[in-house]
Ligand binder design. Structure first.
Ligand code: HQG
Length: 183
């Protein structure tokens, strides 16, 4: 019998191994970030984090931001975005909405307004259409400030946007001239 598990902490551990440190449990991700489900379950069990296939399904289904996806045949799993390990998610460029949002901490603001938004440890700058999401993302790092990004102008100037399978808008960087502080 697989013991009961805490959905949130399991989801966090999955984010860690599917985005940042697969080697921590001896997992290998392919070029697009996929790993065999059975391999994941075996390796989780080996580090004392046993999970049944059904429990894994529940974590994927209930993730508030739809962080993970199974392959069409259900044999592989990957994180939809947010990686720091090198992966190519195979996303095609898409036309973004005219304005996107980014929530960050007030202590980062001066640096962001001076140098723009950088991807930092991740592969892209993460943007959203949803102000509530932007707010909660920013709150993770401190007193939140919200920025508007004039995506339409960025596209006109040749910047490229992608949308992850869970609806996060991604781009390489946002120079300061496309940023506006929301007051
Ligand atoms: C900031 C969550 C100073 C940036 C969310 C952010 C998201 C700068 C932090 C996803 C800067 C990086 C990503 C500059 C950027 N100077 N600070 N020039 N440029 N920053 O966590 O966007 O819960 O890597 O504002 O939903 O906060 O993980 O990025 O505060 O989609 O599924 O540097 O993470 O998803 O932080 O969040 P992050 P993020 P999950």
């Amino acid at each position: 019998m697989t013991p009961p598990h805490n959905l949130k902490s399991t989801s966090k551990f999955l984010s860690l191994v599917l985005r940042h440190e697969p080697q921590r449990i001896g997992l290998t991700l392919d070029a697009a970030g996929w790993t065999p489900v059975q391999d994941l379950l075996d390796k989780l069990a080996a580090v004392g984090q046993s999970l049944s296939r059904e429990q894994l399904q529940t974590v994927v289904d209930t993730s508030d931001k739809k962080r993970f996806a199974f392959s069409d045949d259900g044999t592989r799993i990957r994180a939809n975005q947010g990686h720091s390990v090198e992966v190519d998610l195979g996303l095609a460029p898409v036309q973004p909405p005219d304005v996107l949002h980014h929530g960050t901490a007030s202590r980062f603001l001066a640096s962001i307004l001076a140098g723009g938004l950088d991807k930092r440890e991740r592969h892209h700058v993460h943007l959203t259409t949803d102000l509530d999401i932007a707010r909660s993302v920013g709150q993770r790092y401190g007193a939140v400030v919200l920025l508007d990004i004039v995506a339409a102008q960025m596209v006109a100037d040749g910047h490229v946007f992608f949308r992850s399978d869970n609806g996060v808008w991604l781009t390489d960087s946002v120079p300061p001239r496309y940023l506006k502080l929301r007051t």
